[in-house]
Design a protein around this ligand. Structure first.
Ligand code: 13P
Length: 251
């Protein structure tokens, strides 16, 4: 039998946050210290400019940190980019790759996402590999096949290292306040689990599959109770300690 999966709640701050926002992390650390121990791994992915300072505050509170993206290369002439090794050097243990905002705004293909996941592993980071269908694809009844194709092409076959995390984020649910029904989430997460097990056997059974898209304190408990939902990737509601702590407590 496979060991139970420890859930993971990850906050993706996106392009939000300056020094002032570090106060939210101190606030979260205080709340965690005052309450019962969380039943999940907690990750915060701040903008790269805050990663090192945030890691210093988060570490003693048992919160780990991650980057929001990395380049496929280790170093070189790539103005404005950040490598996985640089994120690790700044304290990160995770990195999000293939977020739909990167896929859309920076035209990242599955092939690029796969190379980024490999770069993350080479730097000893755990990639959080994001997949998800657009609204048009869901309306056309293609959600399952789109996600399966993304998984096939974005997750490296030569996956090694500490592991991977998959985040299912329906594009139409991100920042919109809309979420799929629990039945739709259950169906997609089961599809993803089967795909991972077909490709990776027992290792696929142990991969954490996160749900992301308008997760908030009011819907977290219901979503996190769905089979094969092993945590959440939280955008807007991760910016305030109050909301993020409520989601962590819903695990
Ligand atoms: P929201 O929680 O703001 O919908 O964002 C989800 C997301 O994109 C996390 O990566």
């Amino acid at each position: 039998m496979t060991a139970p999966i420890t859930p993971l709640i990850a906050g993706n701050w996106k392009m939000n946050g300056t020094s002032v926002s570090l106060g939210e992390v101190r606030n979260l650390a205080d709340r965690l210290a005052a309450g019962t121990p969380p039943r999940c791994t907690i990750v915060i992915c701040p903008p790269a400019t805050l990663l090192e300072r945030l890691s210093e505050i988060a570490g003693p509170a048992g919160i780990v940190t991650g980057g929001q993206d990395c380049h496929t290369a280790t170093s070189g002439a790539h103005t404005g980019d950040v490598s996985a090794a640089m994120l690790a050097d700044a304290g990160a243990q995770y990195v999000i790759v293939g977020h739909s905002e990167r896929r859309t705004n920076h035209a990242e293909s599955d092939a690029t996402v796969r190379l980024k996941a490999l770069a993350a592993m080479a730097a000893d980071l755990i990639p959080i590999i994001c997949v998800g269908e657009t609204e048009a694809e869901r309306d056309a009844g293609e959600a399952g096949s789109v996600v399966v194709d993304q998984i096939a092409a974005s997750i490296p076959a030569e996956w090694t290292g500490k592991g991977i995390v998959v985040a299912y984020e329906p594009v139409w649910a991100i920042g919109t306040g809309r979420t799929p029904t629990s039945a739709d989430i259950a169906q997609m997460h089961l599809t993803i689990r089967r795909e991972l097990e077909t490709r990776f056997g027992e290792r696929g059974s142990a991969v954490r599959i996160l749900y992301g898209g308008s997760m908030k304190p009011s819907n977290a408990a219901e979503i996190l109770a769905i089979a094969n939902v092993n945590g959440g990737l939280v955008g807007g509601a991760s910016l305030l300690a109050n909301d993020f702590h409520a989601i962590i407590s819903a695990v």
